[in-house]
Ligand binder design. Structure first.
Ligand code: KG4
Ligand code: ZN
Length: 343
């Protein structure tokens, strides 16, 4: 059977990314121009700064992705691009580049939901797109979203729970700022937490007693703020970082495991930037064992595929391409608040 080669393009926030993926799983190239250094100066993403950087980087990043994959524009079968959710001024650059290329080359443009991309990042580097056993319960968590999604089959998404306020990644970023640890907060907190005592501070585990699968992280930031002593020593920072990280990991895991039990899934997946967190992975592994779940735990061992990248967009784009289930250009424009469950 002929292989399908898809170019993925992702510019939803602060990474300009392009990738070439074969049959939804085989990553031939994945290029990411990170804006971290630029946004570290301001302690967070300034949309106008991000937008301008995308304009500068989009063409060289696509060129590099094609070159690394050893293919030319004529080898592409389709282009998958992030439609939303994300920053409108960032989305527009990737979308316009993808749309222009698809029209010039006369190949389909597949607009894809960014969260769907994160969910399918766990398929990247697997031997085939059919390797995963459904049903799957995915916890997908980043700076912008925090959701529990049930998949009964390819592209069959059902929202089980979500955050009612902040996403866990956002909490990591805010707490890192309180502790003066820099941007992005997730990796900075993890590093600081290594030498800390995760039981030093008893931060609140919000909504664990609620019968639903929703989350809330806005109170946690306030609790951390109130716990700060006048002398923010290195030891205090490490203890707060470790206690905070443990708290987030326990909240996310408790609901994930409960949802996995309720829906009797065959696999449990972690996705999104926060899934790069080692403590979260460890707590999930432990809780699966404690509860004697037989479901297989999967997360992508390649940290590059946890945070924003274009390979995941090409991966999920392949599934839409195969089923022919993608919107035409008239109804698909860059959309900052795009629901995964709209079809
Ligand atoms: O998926 P992503 O790159 O972008 C969004 O879609 O938002 O996720 C970025 C988020 C940031 O909030 C960052 O602090 C968090 O993921 N993150 C982490 C880790 N690496 C990135 N959070 C906890 N631990 C990490 N190791
Ligand atoms: Zn993301």
């Amino acid at each position: 059977m002929k292989t399908l080669i898809i170019l993925g393009i992702e510019t939803s926030c602060d990474e300009t990314a392009a990738a070439v993926v074969e049959d939804g799983v085989k990553v031939k190239s994945s290029v990411i121009a990170s804006q971290i250094d630029l946004h570290a100066k301001t302690g967070g993403v300034v949309p106008e700064v991000a937008a301008r950087e995308h304009v500068l980087k989009i063409v060289p990043v696509i060129d590099e992705a094609l070159q690394q994959a050893g293919c030319g524009l004529a080898d592409l079968d389709a282009i998958a691009v992030t439609q939303g959710p994300g920053l409108l001024s960032s989305l527009i650059t990737g979308f316009t580049a993808a749309r222009t290329l698809s029209q010039v080359l006369g190949i389909p443009l597949i607009p894809v939901n960014h969260v769907a991309g994160h969910i399918y990042s766990n398929w990247l580097d697997l031997p085939s797109i059919n390797e995963v056993q459904y049903p799957v319960m995915t916890l997908t968590v980043s700076g912008g979203h925090n959701e529990l999604v049930l998949l009964k089959g390819h592209l069959d998404f059902e929202l089980i729970g979500e955050t009612l306020d902040d996403a866990a990644g956002e909490a990591f970023d805010k707490v890192a700022r309180l502790l003066g640890l820099g941007y992005p907060g997730g990796p900075a907190i993890s590093k600081k937490a290594v030498d800390g005592n995760c039981e030093a501070y008893a931060f609140p585990r919000a909504m664990l007693k609620s019968g639903d699968f929703n989350f809330s992280f806005s109170g946690l930031k306030t609790a951390v703020l109130q716990s700060l002593p006048e002398q923010l020593t290195d030891k205090v920072k490490s203890d707060i970082a470790a206690s905070f990280e443990q708290c987030v990991a326990e909240i996310l895991t408790t609901k994930l495991v409960r949802a996995a039990q309720k829906y009797n899934v065959r696999e449990i997946h972690l996705a999104g930037g926060v899934s790069a967190n080692r403590r979260l992975r460890k707590v999930v592994e432990e809780m699966i064992k404690q509860n004697q779940l037989e479901a297989t735990l999967r997360y992508n061992g390649n940290l590059q595929y946890c945070t924003d990248n274009a390979a995941m967009m090409a991966g999920v784009g392949y599934l839409y391409f195969q089923t022919g289930r993608y919107k035409n250009l008239e109804s698909a424009l860059p959309t900052p608040h795009l629901d995964l469950y709209e079809d």
